[in-house]
Design a binder for this molecule. Structure first.
Ligand code: NAD
Length: 285
């Protein structure tokens, strides 16, 4: 990755493997392939340099086309995709990687994630071994996981000897994930927050709107700022150009420790997505 010195540039986060990920990226969950080209193109014009997709989102082709036609060089854009649950296992992972990279039209990935642990299938160790092989071939720069609990991470590290660079987890003011964030920090794993705005459900919380009024910014900007100041990598999603820009315009103000604490106090352990302990969608026996 290369970074410009413009002020509206997401700060770089150095991963444990030495690679660098922009702290603020753009997520494309639930964006149809027909619409994703426009959304990713807008995001790249606004200044985002990191795009988060997944095989199951069905929009790798449009995402890849927007990246390739952006006028930016490949090494200026950080690209993440995820291996879907049904493809877990060593050989099936190698095939799924080839399919994703072909749809994206790229020759390497910056980050490949195991989308969910699906511990009931007991295949995430073999899956990660395939990730290690792809990394050693230079086809993936960094390898990580998503929706892993502390117990899943402990087993992965013990059995593969490698610490994943990233764990992408549901994380927003109502699900602050303190235990996981502490484990990540102790083990050099970057915490990446998905549904960082709680899929929009946290935006009208009265604590958030009061902080927003105090700092003269929007609720979305305040929540994204909270993530940045916690040290999270964060990937908000929008298809509305003005919101795509608004969500990136967060590098010229700061929340006070009191404002940070007030937002962190909203943690109620409430999820907007599935529970990683039991989520097995796509599992084929
Ligand atoms: P999000 O928390 O980013 O919320 C997105 C929604 O918030 C939008 O659809 C819109 O309704 C609203 N919104 C966004 N910006 C706004 C603004 N400025 N003003 C008002 N409303 C605004 O939710 P998400 O899309 O679920 O999560 C973000 C990304 O995380 C996804 O696109 C995807 O890349 C990733 N993700 C990963 C997983 C996983 O299992 N690894 C799961 C879900 C999402």
């Amino acid at each position: 990755m290369t970074f410009s010195s413009e002020t509206n540039t997401a700060p770089p986060i150095v991963l444990s493997d030495g690679n660098v990920i922009p702290q603020l990226g753009f997520g494309v969950f639930q964006v149809p392939d027909d619409d994703v080209f426009a959304a990713v193109t807008t995001a790249l014009e606004v200044g985002y340099r990191s795009i988060d997709t997944a095989a199951i989102y069905g929009n790798e082709e449009g995402t890849g086309r927007a990246i390739r036609e952006s006028g930016l060089t490949r090494d200026e854009i950080y690209v993440t995709t995820k291996l879907w649950n049904s493809e877990q296992g060593y050989d099936s992972t190698l095939r799924a990687f080839d399919a994703s990279i072909a749809k994206l039209g790229l020759d390497y990935l910056d980050l490949y994630l195991i989308h969910w642990p699906v511990a009931a299938a007991d295949r995430f160790i073999d899956t990660f071994r395939a990730f290690q092989a792809l990394k050693s071939q230079g086809r993936i720069k960094s390898i990580g996981v998503s929706n892993f609990t502390v117990a899943h991470l402990q087993r992965l590290i013990a059995e593969t000897g490698e610490i994943p660079a990233v764990n992408q987890i549901e994380l927003h003011p109502r699900l602050a994930q303190r235990e996981l964030r502490e484990f990540h920090a102790a083990n050099g794993i970057a915490t990446e927050a998905w549904s960082p705005l709680g899929q929009g459900t946290v935006l009208d919380d009265s604590t958030i709107t009061a902080v927003a009024a105090a700092v003269g910014r929007t609720a979305a900007q305040v929540i994204i700022r909270w993530h940045l100041q916690l040290g999270n990598v964060v990937i908000p999603k929008s298809v509305t150009p003005s919101r795509i820009a608004e969500n990136f315009d967060v590098f010229d103000f700061e929340l006070t420790p009191e404002q940070m604490n007030a937002i962190s106090a909203l943690d109620s352990g409430s999820r907007v997505g599935p529970d990683p302990e039991s989520f097995t969608l796509g599992l084929i026996n």
